[in-house]
Design a protein around this ligand. Sequence first.
Ligand SMILES: [Zn+2]
Length: 79
Amino acid sequence: MSFYVTPRRSGETRIHKSSCSYCKDGKGVGSIFKVRRNNTVWSPPLATLVEAEAYARNHHHGKVVRCRHCLAPSALYRR
Ligand SMILES: [Zn+2]
């Protein structure tokens, strides 16, 4: 499993797991969120949540948030 980072139109940067239905290993979204400014840009796969958060802070401005679907606190412990 890996993590992906993507900026959102709201200015937030969101972190997803590769298994997230919104992410699909970096191939998801686009049509779902209808990002018109640039294309939806997914980060390369990141091995850990810590790395993903560091990547988000280094590459994007604004708030870094975790996806509520795949990275909800309960989901993290469900493995
Ligand atoms: Zn997600």
